[in-house]
Structures are given as C-alpha cells and as structure tokens.
Design a binder for this molecule. Structure first.
Ligand code: ARG
Length: 570
C-alpha cells in the first residue's frame, strides 16, 4: 500500500514530464495545513535552474497536472509552492483499506539490513543509574522500529564487566566485605567496598599497589580472584535482569567486555603487522595524522604496562560483529562523551577494510531541577531501580484517584504500564541530543505531550467499544463517510502513520513518532468532542466506530514501537 505522499510524488513526476520539465517530483507534508495537506517546491527549484519566474513555472505545472482522484486540483501559494489537498473520498477509501491492513499501511524497507544494536550496556559492580535510561530506552525503541520495518536486528548488551576497577573491587572484597550486606543488597555492598577501597588507596600507596597486584592476578587467571570476579558479575547481571523485566527490555545476546579478552593480543599484533599501529613512548598507538582535529589524539590500544583497554576491546568487538555475527550495520547507543572514542574506532575499522555501516547514536543527559546532571541530595547518582519504583508508586496514586473502581489485580499492572510508560515517553519525546529536566509532575500529567495522555486516548476509545454492542473488530464498514472537519482531520492523521514511521531511522529520532502520536491523540480528542459516535445515525455511527478502532490501533502500535504498553482501562 503506497502512502499518499508517495502517490502524489509519482503523479507529480508524471506531470512534470508532461509539462516538459522532467525531474523527480518531491512532495512533503504541508507546513501550513490551511493551504493543504502536502506541498512541493519543485517549481521553485525548476525556476531557479532555468532563470524563470517561480510562479509562472508553478502555473505551468498546475495546468499540466494529470487529473487524479486522490486530490483536488493543485493550488499555487506564496513564492511558487504548489499545494495539494486530499479529497475526502480518497481519505475515506484509505481508512477502509487500512482497517483491513495489519501493518497500518507501513511498508517494509526496500533493502533490509542486518543490524546489531549495542545499547544500555551498563557496568558491573556499579548500580545502573538514571543515566542508563536514555541509552536503554532509545536503543530498545530503535530496535523495535527497525524490526517493524523488516530489518534483522540483534540486540547486544555490551556489559562493562572487565577493567581496572576490578583490582579495587577484589581488594575491597578481601578486606572490607560484609557478607550479610552483600546478601541484602549486593550492588550497594559492591559499590561501598569499591568506594572505600578508593578512599584507602588515596591515602595509602601500599593499598594502590595491592589493588594493582589483584588486577594482575585476575588477568593472569588466578583462581581465587576469578571466582570473586565471577560472583560480582553474576550479582550485577541479576540486578540488571530485574530492571529489564520491569522496563520490558530484552536482549538477544550479552557479550560483555570480558568476552573479547582472548582476542585482544591478536588484535594488537594484527594492527602492528598491518602498519596501522606503532609504538610510541612504550605504548602501542594508532595515529590519525591526516585528520586535522585528531592529529594529537592517538588511540592507545596497548598501554605501557602491557594492559589492553576499552578501545582494544571495541576493535575486537567490530571483528566479532562483522565476521561472527555477519552484520552489515552497527549502531552503538551511548552518551555524547564517547563521540571521540567511536570516531576513532570506526576510522580504524575503515582502515582495516571494513565496509559496514557504523553509526554512533549519541544522546544528551537527564538533568535535575537545578539543570545539572541528576543526582540525589547527597550528590550520588540516582539509582535506576529507585526511579522505576517511584514511577510505579506515583502512577498508582493517579489511578486510585482517577478510577477507584478498577479491580485490585488490574491496578498493579496498570500502574506499571503508566509509570514506566511515562518515564520512557518523557525520554523518547525529546530529541535524543537534548538534555532534559526530569520532572515527575510533567511526565505523569494526563494533559500535554506525555505517555499517560496518549495511553488515556487509547483507553477512551476502548471504553467507547465497551459501551457499543459491537467490538472493534466488527467495525469494518464498506462505506466510510467523512463529513465533519474534525473526522476528516483525524482520518488524515491516521493515514500519516505510514509516512512517519519510515523516516524515524534517518537520524535515529523516535521523537518524530512520539510527536506524531501526540498530534494524533489531539486530533482524536477534537473529534471526540465534536462528533458523537454511539448516538449518531447508523451510517455515521459505523463509520466513526471504524475510525475509532483504527486510531486505537495506530496509538497502540506507535506506543509499542516506543516500548510503551497500553492498558485497556485506567
Ligand atoms: N559500558 C559503557 C558505559 O557505561 C558503554 C558501552 C558502549 N558500547 C561499547 N561497545 N563500547 O559507558
């Protein structure tokens, strides 16, 4: 099923060639709905190329317009824009077609990719904090959208389960660990011993040296240290799994940094042999002498003490993803501070001859009320688990006020959907690079561009169907009539879903989808206020029920693509 936008572009291309002005017609959604639904600047471009008056060229195009039952005759506006207004009958027909269309009109990608998405990727022996929300929620949404568009996706959790911090964790484990505390709250205890070891080390060089020795022993495969490390990893993975369960996040594979350990010496050897890496001040480095802003920023792949680092692991990760997982596309979702790192990694991959499409999908930060990085009152990172719990508690309070009759068993479920949905939506409705202030009041409000507002629009439609004798599935009338302006506007919005979804991945912007769903919910509420559904005469009634059913499906599918569930009642 081709979108209106695509069909209009085809007709425009045919028209341009009939007018003796051959070029591919490009049609975009109208910037001002008063002038139409779609527009083209083709006449402006052609006029510039030919040194002619744009309005004259636009007139030539409109005169040659190949008659088309999709839209009214095109109109010229402003400097030479051409506007198209859809015919109500064409929209009605499309609504009837979409009612039968499982994918709601969304096409599949012409050339499906094999993508690995590296997102979330928290670190072991540290709590997952609120900062991990963005990468986790954004990566999950991108995975859902890519899958829906027909790409093959592997979700990989690149856990930070190796590194110099384990020297301190192991020393702390041996000297400071309280077994009971570990049982009660494993991550908190791991963080405590890590911090206290750090403090001891700051004042006592002997402790620093002892930590270094513990690390060397771990790296050499010492049995005791390996066992401690393994226990830390297992405890952390358990904690992560609990958070993923609440968030509704799943991974296909979890390849932590330690997975690549054996491969690191080979990576360095290979790069040196290929002449891509060289020794510098005792370390092995890769230089980027021809890249102006990287001239003095080499990438170290083996430190002077012989240790490997984050970069070495990421080079080995490239090998694994391309050669073992057979991916042609790699998306890595992290905060903006890792930009330099991945520029270097991708440049090294290019030099090694990899031709895959590597993308670093960066995001901004979540801020507290003071517009600084969100912290607890005592200056700690805010634990993710605390945020999720509070979201659910607050959502429950809202439901209890709004719908006290809801059965007890449903309340917990609905509170989770609304609380978690609010947190996810607050994140995804922002452009990913924008820093935003975390505000419970705003994200949980039933008004405005929020998760609960969209869920509520869906719930409202479900309640219409509960009152109607027929369920949403039976609302498939042959004759859709769109006589009221509000129902025509809503119907057009529903048709736009198929145009919006494929554009999200162009620059990794789920916020485009969020904002579309917000507009859809607004159009639905305007419709709901002016167009009676159940009390209309039979023709309008079944037509409006079909439109309601379709709106609910788009809301549900759209929110699903953002990783947000919809309750039937709230
Ligand atoms: N563990 C890292 C962090 O918390 C993110 C890892 C991202 N992925 C990667 N392949 N380096 O910052």
């Amino acid at each position: 099923m081709e979108t209106f936008q695509a069909l209009l572009a085809q007709n425009l291309t045919a028209t341009l060639s009939a007018a003796g002005l051959p070029r591919a017609g490009d049609v975009t959604p109208a910037t001002d709905p008063r002038f139409g639904d779609y527009q083209t600047n083709a006449a402006l471009i052609l006029a510039k190329e030919r040194g002619e008056n744009p309005r004259t060229v636009a007139k030539r195009v409109c005169d040659a317009w190949v008659p088309y039952d999709l839209c009214e005759p095109p109109a010229i506006a402003g400097a030479g824009f051409i506007n198209f207004t859809l015919r109500a009958e064409a929209v009605a027909q499309r609504i009837a077609d979409l009612s039968q269309h499982e994918r709601l009109g969304v096409g599949r990608a012409d050339s499906p990719k094999k993508i690995v998405i590296d997102f979330g990727s928290p670190n072991v022996a540290k709590p997952m904090h609120v900062g991990h929300i963005r990468s986790t929620v954004l990566g999950d949404a991108l995975a859902r959208i890519a899958e829906f568009l027909g790409h093959a996706v592997i979700r990989d959790n690149h856990i930070g389960d190796w590194g110099t911090q384990f020297g301190m964790v192991i020393w702390g484990w041996k000297h400071l660990l309280k077994r009971e505390a570990l049982t009660n709250d494993p991550i908190a205890e791991l963080v405590r011993i890590y911090k206290e070891t750090n403090e001891c080390g700051a004042s006592d060089p002997a402790v620093r040296e002892a930590c270094r020795e513990e690390l060397v022993k771990l790296q050499a495969g010492d049995a005791e240290n390996s066992a401690i490390w393994q226990e830390c990893v297992a405890l952390s993975l358990g904690e992560f799994a609990r958070a993923y369960q609440v968030l509704g996040i799943r991974y296909d594979i979890q390849r932590g940094e330690s997975f690549y350990n054996d491969r690191l010496p080979g990576v360095v050897e290979r790069l040196v042999r290929a002449g891509l890496a060289e020794e510098s001040e005792g370390a092995i480095c890769i230089f980027f002498r021809e890249i102006t802003d990287l001239v003095d920023k080499p990438c170290i792949i083996r430190k002077r003490d012989g240790g490997y680092n984050y970069a070495t692991t990421d080079i080995a990760t490239v090998d694994y993803r391309i050669q073992d997982l057979k991916r042609d596309t790699v998306w890595i979702v992290t905060g903006a501070p890792q930009q330099l790192h991945f520029r270097q990694i991708f440049e090294i991959a290019r030099r090694e001859g990899y031709t895959a499409d590597f993308r670093h999908v960066t995001h901004g930060s979540i801020l507290g009320d003071d517009r600084k990085l969100m912290k607890t009152r005592s200056g700690e990172n805010v634990a993710l688990q605390d945020v999720l719990n509070e979201a659910i508690t607050r959502a429950r309070k809202i439901i209890e006020e709004k719908n006290p009759e809801l059965e007890e068993a449903q309340k917990a479920d609905v509170a989770r959907m609304i609380g978690i949905g609010a947190v996810k939506y607050a994140d995804l409705s922002q452009y990913r690079m924008t820093d935003y202030v975390f505000s419970w009041e705003r994200m949980l409000s039933l008004q405005g561009n929020t998760g609960p507002y969209l869920q509520n629009a869906y719930v409202r439609i479900q309640s219409i169907f509960r009152k109607a004798a027929e369920g949403p599935a039976s609302a498939h009338p042959n004759a859709i009539t769109l006589s009221e302006p509000a129902e025509l506007i809503l119907a057009k919005r529903v048709c736009q879903f198929a145009e919006v979804v494929p554009t999200i991945l162009n620059d990794f912007r789920p916020n485009i989808l969020a904002n579309y769903l917000f507009e859809l919910a607004n159009s639905f509420h305007a419709f709901y206020e002016t167009c009676p559904v159940l009390k209309s005469d039979e023709l309008a009634r079944s037509s409006r029920l079909a439109l309601c059913a379709l709106t609910a499906r788009v809301l549900q599918r759209g929110l699903y693509l953002l990783g947000i569930e919809v309750p039937e009642k709230m």
